[in-house]
Structures are given as C-alpha cells and as structure tokens.
Design a binder for this molecule. Structure first.
Ligand code: NAD
Length: 443
C-alpha cells in the first residue's frame, strides 16, 4: 500500500499531526492499514481521557522517521537496492525500543503503527522506554546467509545515526532472529571501536543475551491465557487452543499450552495449517522444523487454511503471526471465547467491535505479547551492569510484571467501563501524557 494514499491532514490544518482517515477511501482499504487502525484505537482510548489537544497531536504521529535505500552486494556479483525504515514514535520516557522486521510486505505505515504500539506497550509495563520499530522490505528466505549478513550490517550502519544503547535499542521481530541481532551488535561495536552489547536485545547468550529471552514473549502469552481462562472459569485441562503462526511467539506459546494440559488442536505458518481435534504435540512439530521440515509437511494432522483456523470452535484462539488477521470479514465467525494477541495488531478496530458484542475476551497485544520487551529490558539492564541473572530470576521478574499489568488492565476496564484494549491503551496513554507535561515542552 502506498503510504501517502491512506492518510491525510483534514482536521486542524495548523497541526501536522492531526491526521484523519480521508473520506474518499473505502472501509476495506482503511481497515488494511495498520497505522490507520492504530490511530483509530488511539482516538477511542483518548475519548475517555482529558488530554490537552497538543499532547494528543504529539502522540498521533511519530517523533521521527528514517527511510533508507541502500545497496547490497549479492553472491552473484549483482548490486541490489533495498529499502528500510526506522521509526521512533515517542522518546519521552527514555530510549526507544522496538523490533526489526524483515518482510516483503513491510510499509512505512506498518512500521509507524508498530512503533506506536511499542510506546503503549512499554508504558503499560512501566518500562523506561519509548516506542520504535524498524523494517526492511526483503524476503529473508530468498537470501543466502552471507547476503543476509551483508544486508543486516549495511542496514545497521544506515540506521546507526539513531541507534545506540542510550538512544534506540532494536530487537528481533518477524523475519529476524538472534543471529541478525548479533550482526547488528557487531557492526555497531566495530564502528565504536569497542563492544556495545546493550545496543540490541534478543542477542545470543554468548554475547550478552539474556537467558529466557527467546521464550519470553510466548511465556507471557501463556501466562495471560491462564489468567483469562481463570476469569472465564475454564480449567486449562479442558481448554482447546488454535494458534495462527508457529514462529518464535506461536511455537513457544503452543509448547507452554501443551505443557499446561491444554489441547492444541491447530497450528499454522504462512503456508497453511494443521488441524487435529484430539491434539497436536507442538514439541514434535518443533523437532520436525529443526530437522528442516515445515509446518505444512508435518505428517499426521489434516490441513487447514489460516482463515479456517481462526474460526475453529475452540476455547482460545491465539493470533501469533502478523497484523490485520481478524477483520470485519471474519470476526463474526470467530467462535473462541478468548482471543490472545501474540502478534501486534492482529485485530482491526472493526473486528474489535464485533468481538466485543459477542462477549469474547480479547487479551490485547500491548499486554499479551509484552513478555518479549520485558525480558529485552532485563537483557539491556544486565548488559549495562555487566552482571547476569539466572533464568529463574528472569522468569520471576517477567511473571511479576505481567501479573501486575494484567491486574491493572482488568481494574481499568471496570473503572472506565471499557474493553480490555481500551483499558490497556488508556493506562499507557495517560502515563505518556503525564510524562510529557511533567517534563514540560522545550524550550
Ligand atoms: P516469526 O517470524 O518467528 O514467526 C511468524 C510466524 O507467522 C511464522 O510461523 C510465519 O510462517 C507465520 N506467518 C507469517 N505471515 C503469516 C500469514 N500471513 N498468515 C499466517 N501465518 C503467517 O515472528 P515472531 O517473532 O514469532 O512474531 C510474530 C508476531 O509476534 C509479530 O506480530 C510480532 O510483531 C509479534 N511479537 C514478537 C515478539 C518477539 O519477541 N519475537 C514480541 C512481541 C510481539
């Protein structure tokens, strides 16, 4: 989608941040746009707060955006130009934090939305960070390892004007992994002339990564699901779960759900899914992937499409792939009583309304998948102090912060009489607004 097409300044023309959806675009196209969705969520949440207009305008648009076009030498000797982004949404609470995505579908609007959600997520978790996100338009599976390394090192160099342990700390996201983080850390360190492990999180443990980081997001999702099941009066042993996306987040969540006695009836990757009513053992699928297989060629279960997986008759559906998966087109067919957002932005505002009407319990992304940024924060702290904690300590801190945030969101739903998502965003936005006003507007 062409970013320029979807958003325009129509209200309060004096402010460049008063962005509204243009009247001329069809609902479907706006619903496809993650940034338009993030803004619609923001508008809904702030309607319950008494924020200054200027503060609202400030929070509606990113603090800064960097677009880069850069060359990479391919193995064939050809030079290819790639496009990448790094967006900082807010720098009020501290350095910015947010993942880097490698995907052919990356757009500037997607990165803007993901950066905004990172601001809310860090604020909800009371972490001393602002929100950021980065992305490169590339299918990493089409590159050799050496090409991926050259692309990563060049992109890291291009965004190094923003990056740093005190200014902007990237982490993995869709299409990137600990090895990519290691190359970023090494590139930044080579430019500085000494090792700077705290410049990225989600690194391998051997170079300053934290124990428990790889599993952290999935563990946090699992923790939230347990709390939601408790509130809905369903015991884990009787719960059936369908999981869209069997990557870092989805596979860890699946294994945790299985260990807690839940029946994982369906899983999927971008190529399609597997369905088995009496349960799939996610540990076996993980082993199959480690041996070079893919989700869709795992022997045994029936095939299912990603679309049909979301509408299965089960207790919990976990959206752990990408944004805009539960929309006005399929929300009325969702049967699960609990929707856990392992992914960022998987449910559009239109779908939110339909699910709320049906009484589904949505665990919103900024709460549900915050385990990742929590342990990224713990990794950064450990790197800065050069003193590392055992995994039990990490998991204890993770659980404490998740539990506190979960409880505060449920309390806010009662206080403001709003959905879980609105409650989570209200808490986060209020904290950022308070911080802006306490700091004051420079000069
Ligand atoms: P990943 O690349 O490890 O896995 C993504 C999974 O989703 C893969 O199985 C992929 O095949 C599948 N997928 C991709 N496109 C799909 C589509 N159109 N339909 C169905 N499946 C599709 O990525 P990840 O790190 O697990 O991230 C998944 C989501 O979780 C993203 O939204 C990401 O922003 C969010 N998230 C990740 C972390 C983290 O720590 N990795 C933290 C917070 C949030």
């Amino acid at each position: 989608m062409d970013e320029g097409e979807i958003l325009e300044i129509s209200e309060n023309p004096g402010s460049p941040c008063a962005i509204r959806n243009p009247a001329g675009l069809s609902k479907g196209r706006i619903e496809d746009n993650a940034y338009a969705n993030a803004l619609a969520q923001f508008d809904k949440a702030v309607s319950h707060l008494h924020l200054k207009h200027g503060v609202m305008d400030m929070l509606r648009c990113p603090k800064r955006e960097l677009s880069v076009n850069f060359p990479v030498m391919m193995d064939s000797g050809d030079i290819r130009i790639f496009r990448g982004y790094r967006v900082h949404h807010s720098v009020v609470k501290g350095p910015t934090k947010g993942g880097i995505r490698y995907s052919p579908n990356v757009t500037l609007d997607e990165v803007r939305a993901l950066a905004m959600w990172m601001t809310w997520k860090c604020a909800l978790m009371n972490l001393p960070y602002g929100g950021a996100k980065g992305g490169v338009i590339v299918n990493p599976k089409e590159l050799s390892t050496r090409e991926l390394e050259r692309l990563t090192r060049r992109y890291a160099t291009e965004i190094s004007v923003l990056m740093g342990p005190e200014s902007d700390i990237p982490a993995p996201d869709v299409g990137t992994n600990p090895q990519v983080m290691a190359w970023i850390m090494d590139t930044y360190s080579m430019h500085r002339g000494f090792s700077v492990p705290a410049v990225v999180t989600g690194k391998p443990v051997e170079i300053g990564g934290s124990l428990g980081r790889t599993e952290a997001t999935g563990r946090g999702v699992g923790f939230c699901i347990l709390e939601a099941l408790k509130l809905r009066g369903i015991s884990p042993e009787n719960a059936t779960v369908a999981i869209q996306g069997f990557g870092n987040v989805g596979s860890v969540t699946a294994r945790m759900a299985h260990e807690l006695g839940m029946k994982v009836v369906a899983i999927s990757s971008s190529k399609g899914g597997l369905y088995k009513p009496d349960g799939i053992d996610p540990r076996m699928v993980t082993r199959h992937l480690e041996r070079g297989g893919s989700v869709t060629d795992f022997p045994g279960p029936d095939s299912i499409s990603n679309e049909d997986l979301l509408t299965l008759d089960c207790d919990v559906v976990i959206a752990a792939a990408i944004e805009n998966q539960i929309t006005s087109q399929n929300a009325d067919r969702i049967k699960a009583r609990i929707v856990a957002e392992g992914a960022n932005g998987p449910t559009t505002p239109e779908a939110d309304e339909i699910l709320d009407e049906k009484g589904a319990f949505i665990i919103p992304d900024i709460l549900c998948n915050a385990g990742g940024v929590i342990v990224s924060y713990l990794e950064w702290v450990q790197d800065l102090q050069s003193f590392f904690w055992p995994v039990d300590e990490i998991n204890r801190k993770l659980q404490y912060l998740m539990a506190k945030a979960f409880e505060s969101v449920i309390e806010a739903t009662k206080q403001f009489k709003v959905s879980n998502r609105e409650a989570a965003q209200i808490l986060a936005i209020q904290r950022i607004s308070d911080a802006i006003l306490i700091r004051g507007i420079y000069p």
